[in-house]
Write a protein that binds this ligand. Sequence first.
Ligand code: PSV
Ligand code: MN
Ligand code: MN
Length: 386
Amino acid sequence: MTELAAVKAALKTQAVETPSWAYGNSGTRFKVFAQQGVPRDPREKLDDAAKVHEFTGVAPTVALHIPWDTVDDYAALARHAEDRGLRLGTINSNTFQDDDYRLGSVCHPDAAVRRKAVDHLLECVDIMDATGSKALKLWFADGTNYPGQDDVRARQDRLAEALAEVYGRLGADQRMLLEYKLFEPAFYATDVPDWGTAYAHCLKLGPKARVVVDTGHHAPGTNIEFIVATLLREGKLGGFDFNSRFYADDDLMAGAADPFQLFRIMYEVVRGGGFTADVAFMLDQCHNVESKIPAIIRSVMNVQEATAKALLVDRSALADAQRAGDVLGANAVLMDAFDTDVRPLLREVREEMGLDADPMAAYARSGWAEKIVAERVGGEQAGWGA
Ligand code: PSV
Ligand code: MN
Ligand code: MN
C-alpha cells in the first residue's frame, strides 16, 4: 500500500461519537434559544445523529446522557439506532442536577446522598448492559466554593470508595472513563480537577478505568497534547470529549477555535498508537446559536481534517531532524503537514466511501432540516438550560 493509500484507509476507519445532548436545545445560564425542529425524545435525537453519519460516514455511535435520555426500553432504543445504521455509545451519568447534590454527589459529606449518586451510576451500568454500550463516562460536578467548606482529603476518600463500587459492577468488556475539569460549577476546589487526579484514581481502580480528556476543561495555555502523550504512554487514555474553547468550558465546535491544537493532539494520538477503537473520539458540544445538525457535521469534518494532517506527518523525516538536533527542520516537518490542504484528499476519501464529497452541501440539499421543522413541534431542552 502506498503511504497515501494507508492514510486514506485509516481515515475510512475513523469513528467520531456524537453526543445526544448536542441535538437538543441548549444555552447559557442567560438564555436557551429554542430552535425549531429539535428532537422531542431520544429516538428523534438518534434520527438526527443518523443524518450526521449518513453524510459523513464516520459518526457511527451516539453517546447517551441519563436521565436526559431515559426510556422505558433501552434494548428497543438500541434497535432504533441499529435500524438507522447507528450504535449506542458511551453512557454519561448525571449526578449534578438534583437539589440533593448542592454539596456534591459521590464526594458529598452525607452518606445518604453518596448512596443515591452511586445507585445512579450503578443504574447506568444496567443501562449499558441493555444497550450494549461499552463505556460509562463519569463527570462529577463535585467540589467546594470556599476554603474550609469541606475536607478535601476526605472527599478524595469518598470519591475512591464510590468509584471502586462502580468499578466492581463493570462487566468484562465494559469500562469506566473518568473525566476531569479544572473548575465550574465549583469555584474553589473541584474534586477531579486535572488529569493527574483522574489518573491516580484510574490507576488504583485497574485496567478498566481510563482518563477522558475534554479539550475544554483546562486552564488557558495548558499543553493538552503533552497530557495525551503521557496518558497514552501509560496506557490510560480512554478517549476525548472534543470541543473548542476561547475562555472556559465553551463547548463550541471542535476545531473551530484552534485547529492547530486539534492537529497537535491528533498527532500525539497517531504517534502514540492511539488511533484505534481503544480510544473513544467523542464530541461534547452544545450548539446554542447555530443550526445543530450542520454544526455537528462541521465538527466531525474538523476532526477528520486534523486527523488527516496528523497522519500526513512525515514521521521518518521528523525523527531524522529530531535526532540531528535540527530544531527548525523538525518544526518545519510538522508545519508542512499542518499547512497541507487536506480537503481534496477527504473529498476523495468520501467518494471512495460512496458518499457525497461535500457533507454540508449534501445535508442542506437533503430536505431533512425542512422536514423536522414541519413535523416536530415542541422540542425538549437538552438539559443544560433546563
Ligand atoms: C460539563 O462540563 C460537561 O460538559 C462535561 O464535560 C461532561 O462530559 C458533559 O458536561 C456531559 O455531562
Ligand atoms: Mn465533557
Ligand atoms: Mn464540559
